[in-house]
Design a protein around this ligand. Structure first.
Ligand code: RI2
Length: 287
């Protein structure tokens, strides 16, 4: 939890594998291959929900079998990691630019948790000179909303912090909901921080559009072949000290799934798509 946000986690994993390869100073290629695979397992086990992590690892390791000399293996891992990180950064810029075109001067935006992709859109709209007001949820239990509100305030954007349960109350004032994604399934469902699906439901009820901002490496090809996205459950201490509530069970799921019908658009670096086009994006990426 020191690194937050599906995109940042993916980039950190790519960098970790690169460092492991470059710091390996012996010349047994099979040992390095084993170490890279073991490290990948460790990285993957840290955050089971965000497919961006797995996609980043697969991208960095894609030449592992084809690398026959240790220098080639080191070079391939380092190059693939650099390419992944560079493309991920470029994708964020493009998402910011494309998404901002859908923000109008005077819009009131609601965001949830802390998403670099959603922030890229909001910050881009602001730098385009649009006057915007942002409501940001606290995002219990880890309160990543605090990171969001501090960033927006630093940038001079008018921002209001609300508790998660104030979403339906405030929805009548909102012009657009903008959030990120940890994983996008082939049926267009978006897996994002817990509470996103409630926000989308309230937005749907109030006819407020919901924009998801996500790089295409957050699309899950596994869901195309029937796999379900595992929803991470974290420690009960994040919610409350269990010692203060003897006899009470505490449940802390940290992501939820918003069905495609509650989503208007997904903004990716390849353009704005309907959630129902997620299958096509995955097919195009996987060939
Ligand atoms: P970016 C975060 O999860 C939030 O759910 C956020 O909406 C999503 O990742 C995408 O964030 P966590 O890692 O990749 O903080 O857009 O648990 O930054």
């Amino acid at each position: 939890m020191e690194i937050r946000g599906a995109g940042k986690i993916a980039k950190a994993a790519a960098l970790a594998l690169k460092e492991l390869a470059l710091n390996y100073d012996k010349d047994d290629i099979n040992v390095l291959k084993d170490e890279l695979r073991k490290a990948s397992e460790t990285l993957l086990s840290t955050r089971p929900t965000a497919i961006s992590l797995e996609n980043a690892i697969n991208c960095v390791l894609r030449d592992i079998e084809a690398s026959l000399r240790i220098e080639d293996l080191r070079e391939n891992i380092a190059r693939n990691a650099d390419i992944f990180i560079e493309n991920a950064d470029k994708a964020l810029d493009t998402i910011g630019e494309i998404g901002a075109r859908r923000i109008k001067d005077g819009d009131v935006i609601l965001t949830h948790c802390n998403s670099s992709a959603a922030l890229a859109v909001i910050l881009h709209a602001h730098s385009d000179g649009k006057k915007i007001n942002v409501y940001a949820t606290e995002s219990r239990p880890k309160k990543q909303g605090y990171i969001t509100v501090r960033k927006l305030a630093d940038e001079g954007i008018s921002v209001t912090l609300i508790v998660d349960s104030a979403v339906r109350y405030i929805m009548q004032e909102i012009d657009i909901v903008i959030v990120g994604a940890d994983t996008i399934a082939s049926n267009g469902a978006v897996i994002n921080k817990i509470g996103t699906s409630q926000i989308a439901l309230c937005a749907h009820e109030a006819r407020v559009p919901v924009m998801i901002c996500a790089e295409t490496y957050k699309f899950s090809k596994e869901t195309m072949t029937g796999e379900l996205v595992k929803i991470e459950e974290r420690d009960e201490h994040e919610v409350v000290d269990p010692a203060e509530f003897p006899g009470v069970k505490i449940f802390n799921p940290v992501f939820d799934a918003t069905p495609a019908e509650y989503i208007d658009v997904i903004v990716t670096e390849r353009g704005v798509i309907s959630p129902y086009a997620a299958y096509e994006i995955i097919k195009e990426m996987e060939g």
